[in-house]
Design a protein around this ligand. Structure first.
Ligand code: HEC
Ligand code: HEC
Length: 316
């Protein structure tokens, strides 16, 4: 009898947490909006989605025989990239009109910035909604306007196949967005801070899966390169010996701009030498303007210098 009662309670609990209609995730209802697709918005959205917020880095097919796995031209937004983790297998969604024609602007805004899709399912945080939910809503509108101009690519992405505990956990993660007004671009430090959000995600080491606030931008976060090898992100604090302290602005911009040509998107990785690759989306970030890259540099120079020598390659 006791076992039966415990079993019953467990089943009721699971039904409650699994069905978003019974206990809704703590996010807003989709806004009833209609985003006007001005030329200015489409251009801004293109720039953000491809070069700053790098949506296309995850939502496209990649040329993974080339250094830095550049996006395969013509696959922008089609989705299908597999994120294989302890949660299970999760595929980046198709975000071309083939899929999003069935979505309202409000539903897209909610998915991108609060992590809940049009069926009310919580998204796995591989999609960095907490980052986009702290940006200027006008910039998100621009990205949505741009997505609607993408060529429609007929690609049905496999449904995610995740563990039950992971589905329960993820249901409690979404939270309402807290949009801000983007700083004026003449204020280079604040402007650089605004643009650099995606960089911190990889360049800050973590404790228990959360960024370590005492090591903000100090580098050393592991990224798998192969089944046996890892690469660690660089220290971007202005420490003279172990960070970017001895790089001037031109050096910094130059590292990125070296990947701005068509040739630099076709640097073959020698066979059996995965260690010579990188998860850093050089070829995408290279499309940022020199002004914006310079602003990111100016912002990074204001961080407290942290001495942290990063050994770039390692084994798992
Ligand atoms: C680091 C990788 C990554 C980046 C960067 C990223 N996404 Fe995602 N996105 C994903 C993954 C993976 C999913 C699927 C998550 C899931 O199924 O739980 C997803 C889901 C979505 C969805 C939900 C679609 C659906 O059918 O449920 C939308 C919309 C979306 N992303 C748009 C964007 C936009 C726009 C950007 C840039 C502003 C972006 N994503 C950046 C990985 C990413
Ligand atoms: C997906 C994770 C990831 C993201 C996002 C990312 N980086 Fe990196 N970055 C790395 C890793 C790993 C390395 C070390 C390997 C390499 O040099 O390519 C690196 C290296 C660097 C270097 C060192 C290059 C050198 O030659 O010493 C700079 C500078 C840099 N990143 C800046 C940035 C900036 C600025 C952003 C945001 C616009 C950013 N990164 C976003 C992972 C990332």
């Amino acid at each position: 009898m006791r076992k039966f009662v415990i079993g019953l309670i467990a089943i009721v609990f699971l039904i409650l947490v699994m069905d978003p209609k019974i206990i809704p995730t703590k996010v807003d209802a989709p806004l009833d909006i209609s985003i006007e697709a001005t030329a200015e918005r489409i251009a801004r959205g293109d720039y953000l989605a491809n070069h700053v917020w790098v949506c296309m880095e995850c939502h496209s097919q990649k040329n993974n025989q080339f250094y830095s796995d550049p996006v395969k031209p013509g696959t922008e937004g089609m989705g299908g990239l597999l994120f294989d983790s302890e949660f299970g297998q999760i595929y980046a969604s198709n975000i071309t009109p083939y899929e999003i024609d069935h979505w309202t602007d409000g539903e897209l805004l909610l998915a991108i910035t609060e992590g809940v899709n049009k069926n009310g399912d919580a998204l796995f945080p591989f999609h960095p909604y907490t980052l986009y939910g702290k940006k200027d809503i006008e910039d998100v509108y621009s990205v949505i306007a741009y997505l609607r101009t993408l060529p429609s690519i007929q690609n049905d992405v496999p449904k995610r196949d995740t563990k039950l505990w992971a589905n329960v956990l993820v249901r409690f993660m979404p939270k309402p967005a807290t949009f801000i007004q983007k700083p004026d671009s003449s204020n280079t430090i604040d402007h650089g801070k605004y643009l650099s959000g995606v960089c911190a995600r990889c360049h800050t080491p973590q404790i228990n899966g959360k960024p370590d606030p005492d090591m903000f931008y100090a580098g050393g976060l592991d990224h798998p390169l192969s089944d046996t090898e890892i690469i660690r992100s660089s220290n971007l604090t202005p420490d003279m010996e172990t960070g970017i302290g001895n790089k001037n602005k031109e050096n910094f911009i130059g590292i990125f701009k070296a990947f701005d040509s068509e040739d630099s998107k076709m640097i073959l990785i020698p066979k059996g030498a995965r260690e010579s690759n990188t998860p850093m989306a050089w070829t995408q970030f290279a499309g940022m303007t020199e002004n914006d890259l310079g602003a990111i540099y100016d912002y990074l120079r204001t961080l407290p210098p942290i001495k942290n020598r990063v050994e770039k390659y390692g084994v798992k």
